[in-house]
Design a protein around this ligand. Structure first.
Ligand SMILES: NC(=O)c1ccc[n+]([C@@H]2O[C@H](COP(=O)([O-])OP(=O)(O)OC[C@H]3O[C@@H](n4cnc5c(N)ncnc54)[C@H](O)[C@@H]3O)[C@@H](O)[C@H]2O)c1
Length: 681
């Protein structure tokens, strides 16, 4: 066996180099939200393994001091976070020139990571959880420190490899290659489930990255506000008969969750002109949204909430009301009092209902937190009972005319897992989908993703407000609002973005565009960087998109050729983006819906103003989108076929999409029916 002394000598970069002495345990700032205890369930042998795994990051001279500390963290929080290595105090995204580095990408990524753990941005900053209850930047602060250090030394001939938060190291590549390649929680098929992931997380070998947490592209709830705005606005158009040039004025939207992503719901409904009541059990999250002005009223009284809403509906005024209480209680009140709800959804963290994502009816948020720590088995039964009751209320409201949609949080799947078989279309399993639709199946898929419309986000790395305003104006100039209603919605969105004060954390913006729109805007921004009109910009997206995500209960819910259980598209998207020179590529398991239920990827592209980056934009951005449109077209989605046909014409000589010939339904049905009749004989 090698001696630790030799191992230390063999590395130029390790925690012993970064710290001359063991850093002091930082003081925890009061009122910063802390992650609940993740149920500890490791065996004695696995506990030893987890300790040895964590100690790999620190020189042996500190092992006797750190081993008991790490063990205590594991036993009391369910994870080893290595709090001692967290930089003390607030961490915020600085202007890019404040970061050390040998290449612009290395500096840009540091800025993006810092934003993901900012007290004002992250859900549980001390536990590196950016959003979605469990979505982490990396597993622990030792990894965080090493990643930051690697990014300081990274050159444009190297690639940093990050596997589930662990920086495997720097490897020689080329300026055309990505500067960082990230994967998170990619588990081998037969182990790809919640139980094995829970063990792997506790052992310190898996990281649940959601998408923009572990892919370092989170831009605060603004990222989701726009998607939420689009979803409820288009739900109104498709289901309530609202004309394309009108908004949600006079209509009521009810949902739950004011957390990381769900926190966008009230504000999005307001921007869309509607009235929202959002239920939330954790007052600290309501307070955050109140402080931001994303919620205007709070009440614990369901009657008061609905009265406030009704008054605003009648006056055609928009308002976002927080109901401090459980969503099931709120819906029971609506059912009992025959209150008309136009649009209904849910955004509790149902991708992880038993990990604390769903607070059962009948107990407070604080009691739920205590139960998570002590009585996990009983807690699961409470969650299941609550989900069943929740479903009953939704069913009654839907029968009375409410349009309910699953918001991509695995709510319908959670209800099914709680024992409700009738929620499945085939009455037994989710293979043919659920009786209620997911918002992608019904709204976002056919109206947006099939055309290639999806999230286009950017961060002005200078940190200057004026750069953001300039990019807003430039993006508007690139959009023709009269092309389609999707373009008009996005034009209006960008026009009002600064007025709506959506920025939390880094100077970022988001809106939806299709493949050519995204490419055009990216080229324009890069030109502005080149002419020094603005500082460098980091482009990216979330996973809520056309091509980067295979997620049968969400992004790919409107894929009906049976391939919704395949993850080829997301994997190809990731590999293709790497091959075409994106600055950062990421591939994750579970983003948005939970482990084993999705494979999703993302990218980051640093616009440095160079001609090289112009070429990357032209190659990579259309691929990132059109790989998804092409797959949707092959699944016979009509709008995708139309988009792909136009693309084949537009990019003749460079790109070519295989299109499906459409079989005659009646001919196939008759033939198969005859064959089955024959087989019965
Ligand atoms: N629709 C989308 O585009 C989209 C995007 C990202 C995430 N998601 C999914 O939405 C879910 C929420 O994401 P998030 O980042 O907001 O998570 P989060 O955990 O930060 O927020 C969920 C909130 O729901 C509250 N809650 C839980 N049970 C409740 C109950 N019974 N009644 C009222 N409130 C309750 C929690 O206190 C929490 O604040 C996740 O499953 C996530 O994967 C959806």
């Amino acid at each position: 066996m090698f001696k630790n002394m030799d191992i230390a000598k063999a590395m130029e970069l390790h925690l012993g180099e970064i710290f001359s002495e063991l850093p002091k345990m930082p003081k925890f700032v009061k009122n910063v939200r802390r992650a609940p205890t993740r149920h500890f369930s490791l065996s004695q042998q696995d506990t030893e393994l987890a300790l040895k795994n964590a100690l790999r990051y620190v020189p042996d001279k500190w092992h006797t001091k750190l081993a008991p500390e790490f063990l205590d963290e594991l036993l009391t929080t369910g994870r080893i976070y290595g709090y001692r290595f967290r930089p003390p105090g607030q961490i915020t995204a600085e202007a890019i020139d404040q970061y050390k580095g040998n290449c612009i990408e290395g500096k840009a990524f540091q800025l993006m990571i810092d934003n993901n753990v900012d007290f004002d941005v992250a859900l549980y900053p001390y536990e590196l959880v950016t959003y979605g209850e469990t979505g982490q930047v990396c597993q622990n602060w030792m990894q965080f420190r090493l990643i930051k250090k690697y990014l300081e030394t990274l050159t444009c001939d190297q690639t940093l490899v990050v596997e589930s938060g662990h920086p495997l190291g720097l490897f020689m590549s080329s300026p055309e290659a990505p500067r960082a390649i990230i994967t998170n929680a990619l588990m081998v098929g037969c182990f790809d489930d919640q139980e094995n992931w829970h063990r792997a997380m506790a052992l310190g070998v898996a990281n649940y990255g959601q998408m923009t947490a572990g892919g370092w592209m989170y831009i605060g709830p603004q990222g989701i506000i726009h998607g939420t705005y689009s979803t409820i606005l288009n739900a109104g158009r498709a289901k309530l008969g609202i004309p394309a040039d009108k908004n949600l004025s006079g209509y009521l939207f009810v949902s739950s969750g004011l957390g990381g992503m769900s926190g966008a719901q009230g504000r999005a409904a307001e921007i869309a002109g509607g009235v929202a009541i959002i239920s939330e059990v954790d007052y600290s999250r309501i307070q955050t949204r109140l402080d931001q002005g994303w919620i205007s009223k709070v009440t614990e009284d369901a009657q008061e909430a609905f009265e406030l809403a009704k008054a605003c509906q009648e006056q055609k005024e928009s308002i976002a009301v927080a109901f401090y209480g459980n969503i099931v209680d709120l819906l029971e009140f609506a059912v009992k009092n025959n209150i008309a709800i136009d649009l209904l959804s849910d955004q509790t963290s149902c991708h992880a209902p038993y990990e604390g994502g769903y607070c059962p009816q009948g107990i407070s948020f604080e009691e739920r937190t205590a139960l998570l720590k002590s009585g996990h088995a009983g807690f699961k039964e409470m969650v299941d009972a609550s989900l069943r009751r929740h479903y009953e209320m939704i069913k009654i409201l839907a029968e009375r005319g409410t349009y309910f949609f699953d918001y991509g949080n695995s709510f319908l799947k959670a209800v099914y897992d709680a024992g409700v078989r009738e929620i499945c279309k085939n009455g037994k399993d989710p293979l043919d989908g659920f009786t209620f639709q997911s918002y992608v199946e019904d709204i976002m898929g056919p109206l947006l993703f099939d055309y290639g419309y999806g999230p286009f986000r950017w961060v002005c790395l200078s940190g200057k407000e004026e750069d953001l305003l300039k990019t807003d104006r430039a993006a508007m100039e690139c959009i023709d609002p009269d092309r389609r209603f999707q373009d008009r919605d996005n034009y209006v969105w960008i026009k009002d973005a600064a007025k709506n004060k959506l920025v939390v954390g880094s100077k970022a913006r988001i809106f939806y565009q299709d493949a050519t729109g995204r490419m055009k805007i990216a080229l324009k921004f890069n030109e502005m960087v080149r002419s020094e009109e603005i500082g460098p910009v980091m482009l990216g997206r979330d996973h809520h998109d056309t091509g980067g995500t295979d997620s049968p209960f969400r992004e790919t819910a409107n894929i009906k050729d049976g391939s919704n259980i395949m993850a080829d598209m997301a994997t190809q998207c990731f590999a293709g983006n790497a091959a075409r020179g994106m600055s950062l590529v990421a591939l994750h398991n579970g983003g948005g819906v939970g482990i084993g239920k999705a494979i999703n990827g993302g990218f980051g592209l640093v616009l440095d103003g160079s001609r090289r980056v112009d070429e990357v934009i032209k190659r990579a951005i259309p691929w990132d989108v059109m790989g998804g449109v092409a797959r949707r077209a092959w699944a016979r989605n009509e709008n995708s076929i139309e988009t792909s046909m136009k693309y084949n014409e537009l990019r003749r000589g460079t790109d070519h999409i295989t299109l499906p010939f459409i079989a005659d339904d009646k001919m196939v049905a008759r033939l198969v029916s005859d064959a089955f009749e024959h087989m019965k004989k």
